[in-house]
Design a protein. Structure first.
Length: 169
């Protein structure tokens, strides 16, 4: 529950703090870099980023469509990527990141184009470009930096005893 609350808070604060680049057709929602972490941490991140999107979009001023649509987009993107990697293995993390970019773009783009009275293609492309930067690039860097292997190595460097699944088998 704590991890869920932390991810929700960090996401909401990140979006609201960077509001000028978080709420338009061409947006780089830097907090979306957290989405790929669902492939490592699972449910706490899925739920936290869903709640975080709802809270952040409440402050965004685009109303209930954005609050519900953004939350749904985050839920579907993080859940689908988590399940993909859970079933297919860690080698599929890049595919999970790509899936998150597509889900966010194909859900958020159309409703933003409607809310902002822009062409549909512009809405999808605008969100897609920002998602490639936030989720695809920044999120991938964060995912690699926080991978289990790196975390185990870091904890061991501090003298902590960590046993991985491979070592148990």
């Amino acid at each position: 529950m704590t991890l869920t609350a932390v991810f929700a808070a960090v996401y909401a604060v990140g979006v609201v703090f960077l509001a000028p680049i978080s709420f338009q057709i061409f947006q780089v929602r830097v907090a979306d870099a957290l989405l790929p972490l669902s492939m490592i941490f699972g449910w706490p991140v899925v739920l936290g980023l869903t709640i975080g999107a709802f809270v952040a979009n409440f402050y965004g001023g685009l109303g209930p469509v954005d609050m519900i649509g953004g939350s749904l987009a985050n839920f579907l993107a993080t859940f689908a990527a988590w399940k993909l990697v859970q079933k297919q293995g860690r080698a599929w993390r890049l595919a999970g990141v790509a899936l998150e970019v597509l889900v966010i773009s194909l859900i958020v783009g159309p409703y933003l184009s409607y809310l902002l009275a822009m062409p549909l293609e512009l809405g999808i492309v605008g969100v897609l470009l920002g998602s490639v930067v936030a989720i695809g690039i920044l999120g991938s860097i964060l995912l690699i930096a926080l991978s289990r292997e790196r975390m185990v190595a870091m904890l061991r460097s501090y003298g902590m005893t960590i046993t991985t699944r491979q070592e148990r088998n």
